[in-house]
Design a protein around this ligand. Structure first.
Ligand SMILES: [Cu+2]
Length: 390
């Protein structure tokens, strides 16, 4: 496997047209300006940047953990014939959404991304013939340097057949006023098809990222719900969004299942161009970092709204934790976008809450028939199982 990570000399070249673009000219101006100011000895920022590691953000001395991640092509969506791509911890387990990444504040994570997407597929997704072929990894919320930005202009993408290591730092809160990075984020491609990775995102290259604080209670199960264009949840809609096998349910992007009383975490992501709302029947949560409120401070508790519906714009992400079936019991609890024309067109799925014995009692009802709208389809078994990251 070719590494294009550690040595700047091996970085993929930026496309030639870059330096002719307005962004390129603006960058040149900034470079000249910084060189001028730095030469005059006037700006601490310009001096400090020379001492900073190009590879790792400040505070990350060395990676605490290493992960291998593969970008692969998955079977096409049978309903639309759209190309599907996925990230996986192995090529065989790639899915959309990709595996949920979990970090603890203070942790530094090195992720080596292997691009196994066929050249012909990347060519098909390309919207501009001069745009380089590749995939990348771009994260929200955590700290990274330009070398881990996942963009073409910084050269931090992965050409076909190559690999590259991205370094993420979950910076903790500090006494200088840094708020830390704990929260619910996401990661995605920023290269496939064009400079914003729009084609990669639309094909399935995205996943959830959660940064926990030391001492956070860990949920029993985590599910990612990415709300996207064409009224999709995790790129599926209608019956394709909820493919639980009642006899042998496999938790994953198309089967959200829980036992009563379990602490369930949702990582909610807005992809694409539309506004959405996230609504879960029978459950509500505090509008805090985790959806939970600790302690018994009445004034604090009363200052926090309790909600069961939250607005989600493109690029937004948030997380909530709920206790499955708390005081409402087992059943097929709807989870849907509350923009009515979205839910009417199939932007709806279920949280299936089982009883103490792991069964759905008769009053939980049969799995309701999906609305009549057409759906996109799953990408097969590979997509259905891997998001219950524990
Ligand atoms: Cu919606």
């Amino acid at each position: 496997m070719t590494s294009v990570t550690e040595s700047p000399g091996e970085r993929p070249a930026a496309p030639a047209r870059f330096l002719g673009s307005s962004a390129g000219r603006a960058l040149m101006v900034v470079v000249v300006l910084l060189a001028t100011i730095g030469g005059a000895g006037g700006l601490a920022l310009a001096r400090d940047s020379g001492a900073r590691s190009a590879e790792r953000p400040e505070g990350c001395v060395a990676p605490d953990r290493r992960v291998q991640l593969y970008a692969v092509e998955l079977p096409r969506d049978p309903a639309t014939n759209q190309i599907r791509l996925g990230y996986g911890l192995t090529p065989q387990t790639a899915s959309y959404p990709g595996p949920t990444m979990e970090m603890i504040e203070g942790e530094c994570l090195a992720i080596t991304l292997h691009n196994q997407v066929p050249v012909a597929t990347l060519e098909q997704l390309r919207t501009d013939p001069t745009h380089p072929l590749g995939v990348s990894l771009h994260a929200h919320g955590i700290k990274y340097t330009q070398q881990s930005d996942g963009t073409v202009h910084s050269g931090s993408y992965v050409p076909p057949g190559a690999s590259r290591t991205y370094t993420w730092f979950a910076k903790p809160r500090d006494s200088r006023g840094s708020q830390g990075t704990a929260g619910y984020w996401w990661y995605h491609d920023h290269t496939v098809g064009g400079p914003h990775g729009t084609q990669g995102l639309g094909a399935g290259l995205f996943g959830g990222l959660v940064v926990r604080r030391q001492g956070d209670v860990r949920p029993d199960r985590t599910y990612v719900t990415a709300f996207g264009d064409r009224q999709t949840i995790n790129l599926r809609r209608s019956q394709d969004a909820d493919k639980c096998d009642e006899a042998n349910p496999q938790p994953g992007p198309t089967c959200m299942i829980a036992k009563i009383g379990e602490r369930i975490e949702f990582i909610v992501i807005g992809i694409g161009n539309d506004m959405h709302t996230f609504h879960l029947h029978g459950h509500s949560w505090a509008d805090t970092r985790t959806g939970m409120v600790e302690g018994a401070n009445k004034a604090l508790i009363d200052s926090i709204p309790i909600i069961d519906n939250r607005t989600l714009g493109p690029g937004d992400s948030f997380g909530v934790q709920v206790l499955a079936g708390d005081s409402v019991g087992p059943g097929h609890w709807m989870l849907h976008c509350h923009m009515q024309f979205h839910s009417d067109q199939g932007m709806s799925t279920m949280l299936h809450v089982l009883d103490e014995n792991g069964a759905m009692p008769p009053h939980g009802g049969p799995v309701p028939t999906a609305p009549a709208g057409s759906g996109s389809a799953t990408a097969g078994d590979a997509a259905a199982t891997h998001n219950n990251h524990r």
